[in-house]
Design a protein around this ligand. Sequence first.
Ligand SMILES: Cc1cc2nc3c(=O)[nH]c(=O)nc-3n(C[C@H](O)[C@H](O)[C@H](O)COP(=O)(O)OP(=O)(O)OC[C@H]3O[C@@H](n4cnc5c(N)ncnc54)[C@H](O)[C@@H]3O)c2cc1C
Length: 353
Amino acid sequence: MTVGRVIIVGGGVAGTATALALHRAGIPAEVHEAHEAGGADAGAFLTLMGNGMAALAEIGATAAVEAVSYPAPTVTLWDAAGQQVGHRPIAGGARSITRAALYRALQQLATERGIPVRHGRRMTSAVNRADGVEVAFADGTTVAGDVLVGADGIRSRTRRLIDPAAPEPRFSGGHVIYGYAPGNPAGVDPDGFHMVHGSRAFFGFTAPGGDGRTWWFARVGGGQPGDSPASWRDRALDVCRDDATPLTAIITASGTDVIGGESYDIPTTPHWHNERMVLAGDAAHATTPAAAQGASMALQDAVALAGALGEHGDPAAAFTAYENLRRTETEQTVAASARLTASKSVAPPDPAA
Ligand SMILES: Cc1cc2nc3c(=O)[nH]c(=O)nc-3n(C[C@H](O)[C@H](O)[C@H](O)COP(=O)(O)OP(=O)(O)OC[C@H]3O[C@@H](n4cnc5c(N)ncnc54)[C@H](O)[C@@H]3O)c2cc1C
């Protein structure tokens, strides 16, 4: 048999990229996204590393993503005294991009290629049938397909349908705060990414990209989450107060263009699939941001899953082949990122990535 219709739940990175990869393989797919427009919390930014960029190339999405992202060709390392202690290239054409821009670019590309992307479609349940799967949505409608791809993120409903006992996401013990400052308060050369090993937190910031703003993040441990942009900003200011780095100037200049949140991961998901349902992206293996790999791994899942479905007519065989390709590597990355989070560090840019 061949897989004739794939229902994808979640129009984020993994879901939309899977639809694009399936389209290349000649397999019809449709995306159902819970949000009315765009996708999940869009305020944060992320780095697409070399492995993610290679996956984008495989689905023909390089140009669309490059148009709305900025190159991150180098990383400069700073210490808490404000001294530059390293400078090296990041291999693989890494790019900085907001989550919102990445979602929009992938969704727009899918629409241009004739792939249905439906918003306001929150999946509530799904059941396997002898010859396929039936998926129900909060608006009372249902759709039927050959397989269901659960690309519904870290709080995945599909994960729970496949295994009601699947582990809950694990709180890392820390928070990540993101902000945007107009201009170049740090006065750095526009040549890439900057990482600051502060005395009380880890920071990163970009030199101003094409939108003229400096993007920054702070990874902070413990404490209460903020309850407003200003409280997250003050928290970030508090943890860089003792350091002689440009962060105080950057964060202050951000005003209230700041968001924050708790950081979670999923070290292992025992069951990635059943007969007709399969997980991709954060639904299977969410990671803390320290290794900067969540989106890139989601893109790699998309390519691997579409390849397996194209190669194996039988969903069970395809899901097994896909899991064999992806489980070990993704679990190792999640574990490595958790260690970095605990050590208040970040991954050195991997020349092979
Ligand atoms: C603050 C932060 C910083 C990050 N930094 C980085 C980084 O530097 N580098 C990196 O590679 N990654 C980073 N990541 C991780 C990256 O954003 C995720 O790994 C990536 O978005 C995973 O893609 P996904 O498609 O699996 O999940 P998501 O992007 O979360 O998409 C899931 C989608 O499913 C939808 N959905 C959920 N439930 C349902 C439902 N029941 N029905 C229909 N739709 C549903 C959601 O609305 C959402 O749009 C970061 C993540 C966060 C939160």
